[in-house]
Design a protein around this ligand. Structure first.
Ligand SMILES: NC(=O)c1ccc[n+]([C@@H]2O[C@H](COP(=O)([O-])OP(=O)(O)OC[C@H]3O[C@@H](n4cnc5c(N)ncnc54)[C@H](O)[C@@H]3O)[C@@H](O)[C@H]2O)c1
Length: 256
């Protein structure tokens, strides 16, 4: 079930958190995984770990904000079956406090970076008549989020990129979907929590806003990703799948 034997997969931002967990899940399912990240040391560490576990993995230095990096990446890896646009950054701020420069920075990575990632390997996929694109959206792309103005805006755009591309490509054999995780315990969230005066209390509060009363794990997001990129999901395209422990099922206040 959910075998990726014989497939190649490239994941941006695979040096940490959700990207790292997807790299592991895909490698264990038999894929040859390209761990793409602009952080070389963390990306290489993930590759070493995957190889030690018996997987096939390789590091690629890729900054999703740089066009030239994609040109080089496609030359080096012309045939990729599964492309995951996972690299993303956060920003804390309201509509009043967010500066245009903050908005530009977030959109550059979270929207233009995803667009670049989606487009880079598409011509080959369309030519071969098969391929899978998976984007990392968020519950913040399904509804507004207090104090996350730029981030939520960027994730709403990821939803548009996913749905529109899915329709453009529906008859080509290329499927396009996105995942919408709720709050997930990754280094990103751990780092955010260190900024609160009472870290443990902030952590408890963050977990309490989730319907299940706990945050998700990167592994739980990776499991959903594995299904969406596998051949078992052959009739799924244009889907925005919440993996949020029920957060978006109810009328919970969308607190950070
Ligand atoms: N953690 C959560 O609660 C959560 C919830 C919903 C959605 N997401 C989304 O999941 C994705 C991964 O989040 P995470 O929590 O694992 O984050 P993370 O910070 O743990 O990992 C992000 C990775 O992306 C890399 N990266 C950042 N900018 C890059 C760039 N310009 N080029 C290449 N690589 C770059 C970083 O080096 C890092 O390895 C993001 O798109 C995020 O918006 C996360």
């Amino acid at each position: 079930m959910f075998s990726l034997q014989g497939k190649s997969a490239l994941i941006t931002g695979a040096g940490s958190g959700i990207g790292e967990a997807m790299a592991e899940a895909f490698a264990l399912a038999g894929a040859r995984v390209v761990v793409a990240d602009f952080n070389e040391s963390s990306g290489q560490a993930v590759v070493q770990r995957l190889i030690a576990a018996g997987g096939m993995a390789e590091f690629l230095r890729l900054d999703v904000t740089k066009e030239a990096d994609f040109t080089e990446a496609v030359q080096r890896h012309p045939h990729i079956d599964i492309v995951v646009a996972n690299a993303g950054i956060g920003h804390v701020g309201t509509v009043l406090t967010t500066q245009m420069a903050d908005m530009d920075r977030v959109l550059e990575v979270n929207v233009r970076g995803v667009f670049r990632t989606m487009q880079a390997w598409l011509p080959g996929m369309v030519e071969r008549g098969h391929g899978v694109l998976l984007n990392l959206c968020s519950t913040a792309g399904l509804g507004g989020l207090v104090d996350r103005f730029a981030y939520s805006t960027s994730k709403h755009a990821v939803l548009g990129l996913t749905r529109s591309a899915a329709l453009d490509l529906a008859k080509t054999g290329v499927r396009v979907n996105c995942l919408c995780p709720g709050r997930v315990e990754t280094p990103w969230v751990a780092q955010m929590l260190t900024k609160y005066p009472d870290e443990a209390a902030a952590r408890r509060e963050m977990a309490a806003t989730q319907a299940m009363g706990r945050m998700g794990t990167p592994k739980e997001i990776a499991a959903a990703a594995l299904f969406l990129v596998s051949d078992e999901a052959s009739y799924l395209t244009g889907v925005a799948l919440p993996v949020d422990g029920g957060w978006t099922a109810g009328m919970f206040p969308r607190k950070a």
